[in-house]
Design a binder for this molecule. Structure first.
Ligand SMILES: Cc1cc2nc3c(=O)[nH]c(=O)nc-3n(C[C@H](O)[C@H](O)[C@H](O)COP(=O)(O)O)c2cc1C
Length: 162
């Protein structure tokens, strides 16, 4: 890795994020999902969000083909899901609680929020593709978020809240 790439990694590692699992069904109606922290808000009118997928991801072609996906924002007690959906395990959905939503997407149970989206745009960006989604359904729960910072995963300490 070049010096510039190392500095880039360090700078991005200095930026804490939440943790999501992005899910969809493939053409055979099998659920797919991966852990994602590149998620960001884009637009309020219309409602747009984005995330980026590594071109090396096993589910890359299926996420490029799908017309909709769900962003499941993980709660502080869902660290196991973060690890499961970032692991080599290919049978992820047999090891977690999930359901098919009214919109026809696989969504995880007991998350903090769910944003169900139609794929609005795909932007080729180096070794990733940015997926922009138009939000078609939103669910929110009264829970705390899961945080990710420098490979650590955890809850926001109580002292953070004034
Ligand atoms: C906290 C965290 C955030 C991640 N964010 C992304 C991301 O934004 N985009 C991505 O393509 N992979 C991301 N990954 C890596 C994928 O979750 C991981 O490579 C996963 O195994 C890919 O699954 P697949 O190859 O079955 O599609 C992240 C992993 C972790 C632990």
């Amino acid at each position: 890795m070049s010096e510039q790439q190392q500095a880039f990694r360090k700078a991005l590692g200095n930026y804490p994020t939440g943790v999501t699992v992005v899910t969809t069904f493939n053409e055979d109606h099998n659920p797919l999902g991966l852990t994602v922290n590149s998620f960001a808000s884009v637009s309020l009118d219309p409602l747009l969000i984005l995330w980026s997928i590594d071109k090396k991801s096993k589910s890359y072609n299926e996420f490029i083909k799908t017309k909709k996906f769900a962003v499941n924002i993980l709660a502080s007690d869902q660290q196991d899901l973060c690890n499961l959906f970032a692991s080599k395990n290919e049978d992820r959905f047999s090891q977690c609680d999930w359901r098919e939503s009214i919109q026809g997407l696989p969504v995880l149970e007991d998350t903090l929020s769910i944003l169900e989206c139609e794929t609005a745009e795909q932007v080729n960006a180096g070794d990733h593709t940015v997926l922009i989604g138009r939000v078609i359904n939103i669910e929110n729960a009264e829970k705390e978020p899961l945080l990710y910072h420098r490979r650590n995963i955890g809850a926001i300490p109580e002292a953070f809240y004034k």
